[in-house]
Design a protein around this ligand. Structure first.
Ligand code: ADP
Ligand code: MG
Ligand code: MG
Length: 877
């Protein structure tokens, strides 16, 4: 069995296709080595070994040791140095690297192969004693942390206390003698805390580091990251052993990270940061705030040019935006890692569209590449430019969007607080990879140190959290749990607002506005039109929502609920009067008052959706929802007064309307059967609005939909009511315009089963999957919350059936209704409205069933469109 693969030596054994085996880092190092990109020679121990090692009581498979020895010999030959050689020692890094990148979650040890003897060799070899001891000191610190499990701050304390003693502020100011003393201090500390020695035996050092990196697959933070990102726990990490190149050899050396495009905006061009005289770790840890990559053009122009070239070359080769690590050793550029760069949703779309324009990828590739779950983020809010606001600080814009919330300084505390309700901003000097759960629970992240490629920034972007890093204007006092900014003190719990697109921090809660649709998103929407089969409609009850939905790419309104219009404070009393009316006359008078209001609603929506279908559903909820509860005497009394109605009568009526199972009660089309005047008024309002708009030259397309139909006789009666009312208005308006198509919601199993009979009477069906799930399972939408989580935990449900369609039961009913309906009426249009219309997994099912349309909330429209396109591409592929 082959476990070890060389790269950059006299031969390279892996390539980019072997990510599962070699991890992303190892596979890409091999690929780069074959592309003539300068990669320090090394080898990869495969992910198989991780699995065997961790599940076999920390024992390696037989062949691993010998294969590693051989690979090490090949590296020694390639570099011309020997591991453990007293004159010319080989120094290596031992790096983690899983199938998918888990930035900073696992461990890496640098400068391995140094001990009290070889450090002298390195000093002589390089002619730089100070550098050699500095590297050695860093090894001991990292080794103590990663391999011996000592808390890093305890070790860092040795370094910083020496600095304090010497009265220096910069690391550079420490002499070789200081470094030697720090090394002794670190060894003593290790002895004290871990009661073990820092190993002088280099083989022991080497193997312990490798084992520690394999074990770092299972650190709590790595496990938490995998849980959040749904990465399987059995994948394992590979280990890369690689010749060290040193960025800490003076002012002609350095290290950095570049992106081939801006990971926040997607803008093309080199983006990144570097530090002079530093090791790679310094950048990603976010401890020193690095310099903008553009400055490198002045400092080391040759290297800058090469970097640019490599970055382009890598992007063209991998056909995606690259995130690349480099180190410069004495003016010689080395590339240490490249991977597909994490980016914001906004950048994701821009990059996919731009790369298609640049002919780097196909349109279909662009559509496939974007994650529907991420796309919702492009509709990020921005700070209202006209709002009053107090700027208190400015840092680096690391992840866009806005966030307002209470200041919290401890990641664990955010996790606790977020379990209750509320919005929190995590404020830290720097965030380490351990803070992942806190970052996840916070609305936004604010750090005083670190750059835009620090782990904190990368993780926040990946999670769609708004983040500002390197905000030097802020000083945190952790003891007092307060921060100072702009000469003011803010304590824990005070509210601040972050603008992750500009890096600005404001006091208090600043109003935000809804986002604009970018040109790239518009283009993507156009491509989707020619790809997807499902029409994507929106659920919208007002002209404002309709407008928003249209700008997000909605092709019509799939569900316009009419009840929300009655809940408005200015109208609800009119509606109550209609509900409580005694005789027909009284009822009609009350409804006549509502008619113009309802008509105005429809006029607004139909005008906004000119040229597109608007499916209007007649009143659905039980009437008692509009009245105060029977036990609330105070409310009842004041309502009775407002309506000038005797209290007793009101109370009696409310008691009469009371239901034990409202979801199965007097609702939906049952209202139309018992109060036909109500539905008549609604149909009249729709028709008057439509004819008025048509007379103005506006192309209005209403569709009328009846909810909760279960019986064909119900439908017959209501159809007659709708048609008669339409005809009546048509006659009054003296028009020959057609009357709107009529449809029904299929939301109870009986309707699904008799779909054939029903379909003959209507033009369209719309599956109300929320109610259909409720009635198919017999689980109340409102009460299921108490046990559904337990069902998921015990593996009965794979997910909440109200969030993601039940593919076996509910989907089967949809299929039956669809087939029977189409058979009886080949012209029948069939769609879905309800939460499932915005869920990518469910959309795939709707596509496979061959439905015509889905409808979801406006903000989900871009998600649904993309998911519908991907479902269509999936079938083609
Ligand atoms: P992570 O996955 O946490 O980024 P890496 O293995 O990439 O861990 O290493 C951390 C840092 O150390 C990176 O900046 C990397 O470039 C640097 N580094 C790793 N190996 C070497 C090496 N052989 N020479 C120089 N720098 C290295
Ligand atoms: Mg890295
Ligand atoms: Mg319903």
């Amino acid at each position: 069995m082959k476990y070890v693969y060389l790269f950059g030596c006299n031969k390279t054994e892996g390539d980019a296709s072997l990510k599962n085996l070699l991890g992303g880092k190892g596979a890409n190092l091999a690929e780069m080595a074959s592309m003539d990109i300068p990669v320090p020679p090394g080898f990869t121990i495969s992910t198989d070994v991780c699995d065997i090692y961790n599940s076999n009581d920390k024992n390696y498979p037989e062949e691993v040791k010998s294969q590693v020895e051989m690979a090490l010999a090949a590296v020694e030959e390639a570099v011309g140095a020997k591991f453990g050689d007293e004159q010319n020692p080989l120094v290596v890094s031992v790096r983690s690297g899983a199938r998918v990148s888990m930035p900073g979650m696992m461990d890496t040890v640098l400068n391995l192969g140094l001990n009290d003897t070889t450090v002298c060799g390195l000093a002589k070899q390089t002619g730089d004693e100070r550098f050699a001891y500095w590297s050695y000191q860093r090894l001991i610190e990292m080794y103590g942390d990663v391999v011996l499990g000592i808390d890093r701050p305890i070790l860092e304390e040795v370094f910083s206390s020496r600095k304090k003693e010497k009265g220096v502020t910069l690391d550079i100011e420490l002499t070789t003698e200081d470094l030697k003393e720090i090394i002794d201090g670190l060894k003593a500390k290790i002895r004290e805390v871990a009661s073990s020695e820092f190993p002088q035996d280099l083989k022991q050092q080497f193997w312990q580091a490798i084992s520690a990196v394999f074990e770092s697959w299972n650190t709590p933070r790595a496990v938490a990251y995998r849980n959040i990102n749904k990465i399987p726990h059995d994948w394992g990490t590979a280990v890369n052993v690689q010749t060290m190149v040193f960025g800490n050899m003076g002012n002609d050396s350095g290290t950095g990270v570049i992106f081939s495009r801006n990971p926040a905006t997607g803008e093309k061009g080199l983006f990144g940061e570097f530090l002079i005289n530093a090791q790679g770790e310094d950048i990603v840890a976010g401890i020193r705030t690095p310099r903008d990559i553009e400055e490198l053009a002045q400092v080391l122009p040759q290297c800058y040019q090469e970097l640019n070239d490599f970055s382009r070359k890598l992007e063209e080769h991998f056909k995606d935006m690259q995130d690349t690590e480099f180190t410069i050793q004495k003016s010689k550029l080395w590339i240490l890692q490249t991977r597909t760069g994490k980016r914001t949703a906004q950048a994701e779309i821009k990059i996919a569209v731009d790369m298609t324009r640049e002919k780097l990828i196909e349109k279909t590739q662009a559509l496939r590449r974007i994650d529907p779950a991420q796309i919702e983020q492009v509709l990020h809010t921005t700070i209202d430019p006209n709002a009053d606001k107090e700027l208190i600080a400015k840092g680096l814009a690391a992840s866009p969007g806005t966030a307002s919330g209470k200041i919290v300084f401890e990641p664990d505390e955010v996790v606790e607080l977020a379990k209750e309700n509320g919005d929190f901003i995590l404020v830290r000097d720097e965030t380490s990879a351990d803070d992942i759960r806190g970052i996840d629970a916070a609305r936004g992240i604010l750090t005083t140190r670190g750059g835009v490629t620090s782990h904190a920034a990368v993780v926040a972007r990946g999670m769609g959290r708004c983040a500002i890093v390197g905000c030097k204007d802020i000083i945190i006092n952790f003891e007092k749990e307060e921060l100072t900014a702009d000469n003011r003190i803010f304590t824990k719990g005070d509210i601040i607002t972050l603008d992750g697109s500009t890096g600005e921090v404001f006091a208090g809660k600043v109003p935000t506005i809804t986002p604009q649709v970018s040109d790239e998103l518009k283009e993507l929407i156009a491509w989707e039109d020619s790809t997807k089969n499902l029409q994507v409609l929106a659920n919208a009850d007002s002209a404002a929502d309709a407008k928003l939905a249209r700008s997000f790419g909605a092709e019509g309104i799939g569900l316009c609920r009419t009840e929300h219009m009655f809940f408005e404070v200015s109208r609800v009393d009119h509606f109550r009067r209609a509900i409580l009316a005694e005789g027909k006359e009284e009822k009609e008078t009350a409804l006549a008052e509502l008619l113009p209001l309802q008509k105005a609603d429809f006029t607004g929506i139909l005008r906004e959706m000119e040229g597109l279908p608007v499916i209007i559903r007649l009143l659905d909820p039980p009437l008692h929802e509009f009245l105060p509860p029977h036990y609330d005497k105070q409310q009842l009394r004041s309502l009775a007064k407002r309506l000038s109605m005797p209290f007793r009568r009101l109370e009696e009526k409310v008691l009469q309307l009371r239901e034990f199972n409202p979801m199965l009660g007097h609702r939906g089309c049952r209202l139309g059967i018992t109060s036909p005047e109500l539905y008549e008024m609604q149909v009249r309002a729709i028709m008057e609005a439509t004819y008025e708009l048509i007379a103005q030259g506006i192309d209005a397309h209403p569709y009328i939909m009846l909810p909760l139909i279960a019986h064909v006789e119900e439908l017959k009666l209501l159809k007659e009511l709708v048609i008669d009312t339409c005809e009546k208005v048509r006659k009054e308006e003296q028009t020959t315009e057609v009357i709107p198509p009529l449809g029904i919601m299929i939301e109870v199993p009986r309707a699904a089963l008799i779909a054939g009979e029903l379909a003959k009477l209507v033009d369209f069906f719309s599956f109300g999957t929320n109610d259909l799930t409720q009635t198919t399972f017999g689980i109340s939408r409102d009460d299921g919350r108490s046990f559904i989580p337990a069902y998921i935990e015990k593996g009965i449900f794979t997910s909440d059936p109200f969030a993601s369609l039940d593919k076996t039961g509910v989907a089967e009913l949809i299929k039956i209704a669809f087939e029977r309906g189409r058979e009886a009426n080949p012209q029948l249009k069939v769609g879905v409205c309800g939460e499932h219309g915005g869920d990518p997994d469910s959309i795939e099912v709707f596509h496979q069933l061959g439905l015509d349309s889905i409808s979801c909330s406006p903000y989900r429209v871009p998600v649904a469109r993309l998911a519908a396109s991907q479902a269509a591409l999936e079938i083609q592929a």
